[in-house]
Design a protein. Structure first.
Length: 271
């Protein structure tokens, strides 16, 4: 009888050492599980962030294409196209595009009205808070503001100089994490030859074409026929590396960037 009671006492439960060991094993398993969940969540956040950035980039490219397709070519020497280079924090020189167009989305105006449109890359904090990020901004001036300077010979100084702050408001953000915007231009000379040009610091078109630096291979009387647009977008990690300066811009674009491009024909309509 005593032997049976002793056996029952030994098998009644876990000892303190066994309990501590089991708790330690459970803690290790929980840490491992938490680590796996953290990695999975980070990958999921990166993936969803990349999908969102890709969607924004594609939509932005479609918007630029639509604006260029409906660009208004003015006669009598008034300027209707102006591209110049401006310095942007962390990424260097970027083109600033100004043109006259009939935005199909209205852009704050009635669809089809002639508006002055500007595209630019800027680094700003979104909604006034958080770390600053690069983004592509699109500003559409109202038809009334555009009409006030309809005969401008210089879109930048005569149209945008008084609306410079409007073009980088958060409301005008078209796509975040855009770190490069490039244009290539195809010209048709009077003899019917076509020439692509991409190394320009300024391109102004009014009555004629002005390229800076001057390209001797683009003869006088050449017409702009096509524009190739290239957008470079980086993911969240790439944007953080640009902000911190821990990696060079070119390497960030190579490792964390994705490019999107489209070519659009310039219409032959005028007003």
């Amino acid at each position: 009888m005593r032997q049976e009671k002793r056996n029952i006492r030994h098998s009644a439960g876990l000892s303190l050492i066994e309990l501590l060991v089991s708790m330690a094993i459970t803690a290790v398993l929980l840490v491992m599980l938490a680590s796996l969940l953290s990695v999975s969540l980070n990958k999921w956040n990166d993936q969803t962030g990349r999908v969102a950035s890709d969607g924004e980039a594609r939509a932005a490219l479609e918007t630029i294409v639509a604006d260029i397709r409906s660009v208004m070519i003015k006669t009598h020497g008034a300027e209707w196209w102006n591209v110049k280079m401006e310095s942007v924090e962390d990424i260097g020189s970027q083109p600033l595009l100004m043109c006259l167009s009939r935005p199909m989305d209205g852009g704050g105006a009635e669809s089809g009205d002639v508006c002055a449109i500007q595209y630019r890359v800027e680094k700003r904090s979104l909604f006034g808070s958080g770390d600053p990020v690069h983004g592509l901004y699109r500003c559409v001036l109202s038809p009334s503001k555009t009409f006030e300077s309809a005969g401008a010979s210089d879109l930048d100084t005569e149209v945008w100089v008084s609306h410079r702050d409007e073009s980088v408001q958060t409301d005008w953000l078209l796509a975040a994490n855009v770190v490069d915007l490039q244009f290539r231009f195809q010209f048709l000379d009077p003899e019917g030859n076509r020439q692509w040009v991409d190394s320009v610091s300024s391109l102004r078109i009014g009555e004629g074409v002005q390229l800076f630096p001057v390209h001797s291979d683009v003869p006088e009387g050449a017409e702009l026929t096509h524009v190739e647009i290239v957008l470079m977008v980086v993911d969240r990690v790439g944007q953080q590396l640009l902000n911190s300066g821990d990696m060079a811009y070119d390497e960030v674009c190579t490792r964390y960037g994705r490019s999107y491009q489209s070519t659009v024909a310039i219409p032959s309509t005028s007003f």
